[in-house]
Write a protein that binds this ligand. Structure first.
Ligand SMILES: NCc1[nH]cc(CCC(=O)O)c1CC(=O)O
Length: 318
């Protein structure tokens, strides 16, 4: 029996979601009469070592996956589970995406000490986030709020809020769900107010392109709807040369649209993309619908470029 070695960062969230994927894969393997065992190997990444600097200053792109990918290429591990939003748009030679499992709630959420929603936070309340995307949209909606940087794992961020450093923090709903901490959520931010990060709530599973045995198992785990919608979001992001540390958001859903002709009902992807200035003064947003994820990503990016998105992004990067 083959033992599949799964590499994981050692944060609580990474280990939890890796464990949940392994449970799912064990069940799937059993259902299909396949015999595999799984073991977890912890890997420390650069992103885990540098926790005292804002991520954008140390070059956010791929900070959490590089060492893991190298271990996979070296054969020390066979696969890895990543948060989709931390996954670089281009995978190194020899590695592929083996599966995109079903997405969880993509929305951002608010955790506040007094249980206040975004609308009833007091004037000038101090809110913690580490994302330019969140702070840009938050400032646009509530210009009075004092947005400050917070870093660290989910657990340490919640602790900082409880200790009174912040009146509220913004996190991804999905991470809290996976940790079983959903009851900490005070309110969800509608996607109309806070468009999620590309791939938020989704996972990506990476493995070697020549590992056909594992690729077969993973293909059974792929969720077509999530794979297609997230592909549109990721194409949009790469068209704007964005990593995770830029004020860019995108969210795609699949709709059943009646074409009104012989084609009948069709699955149409609706993609919305956003680029905002860090001060929240400018929020550019565009949507489009289509059946091909890649061309849709290109189309929405082009619409935003026509509105001046690249100028905003150049200023952020400068
Ligand atoms: N940038 C950190 C990160 N990467 C993935 C998640 C969890 C949410 C997800 O899986 O999309 C988080 C935490 C957060 O943003 O609150």
């Amino acid at each position: 029996m083959r033992t599949i070695v799964v590499g994981s960062r050692q944060s609580a969230l990474a280990l939890t979601q890796t464990g949940q994927v392994i449970d799912d894969l064990k069940r799937l393997a059993k259902e299909h009469g396949l015999d595999y065992d799984f073991t977890v190997k912890k890997i420390v990444t650069k992103g885990d070592r540098i926790l005292d600097v804002t991520l954008s200053k140390v070059g956010g792109k791929g900070l959490f996956v590089k060492e893991i990918e190298q271990a996979m290429l070296d054969g020390e591990i066979d696969m890895a589970v990543h948060s989709m939003k931390d996954m670089p748009s281009v995978l190194p030679e020899g590695l592929v995406s083996g599966a995109v499992p079903a997405r969880k709630d993509p929305r951002d959420c608010l955790i506040s000490k007094e249980g206040a929603t975004l609308d009833d936070l007091p004037q000038g309340a101090k809110v913690g986030t580490s994302s330019l995307r969140r702070s840009s949209q938050l400032k646009a909606y509530r210009p009075d709020l004092q947005i400050d940087w917070i870093r660290g794992n989910i657990d340490s961020r919640i602790r900082k809020m409880e200790e009174g450093e912040f009146q509220a923090i913004i996190l991804a709903t999905a991470g809290l769900q996976r940790m079983g901490w959903e009851d900490r959520i005070t309110s969800h931010l509608p996607v109309e107010i806070s468009l999620p990060a590309v791939g938020q709530g989704a996972l990506g599973i990476e493995c070697r392109e020549n590992d056909s045995e594992l690729l077969h198992l993973l293909s059974l785990y792929n969720d077509e709807v999530t794979a297609r919608t997230v592909a549109a979001e990721r194409k949009f992001l790469s068209e704007l040369n964005g990593g995770c540390q830029v004020p860019i958001g995108a969210y795609a859903i699949l709709k059943n649209v009646d074409t009104g002709d012989s084609r009948g009902e069709q699955n149409v992807i609706q993609l919305t993309g956003m680029v905002g200035s860090p001060d929240g003064e400018i929020i550019l947003k565009e949507s489009a619908e289509g059946t091909d994820p890649e061309s849709l990503g290109v189309e929405v990016a082009a619409k935003l470029k026509a509105k001046g998105a690249e100028k905003i992004l150049a200023q952020v990067r400068g």
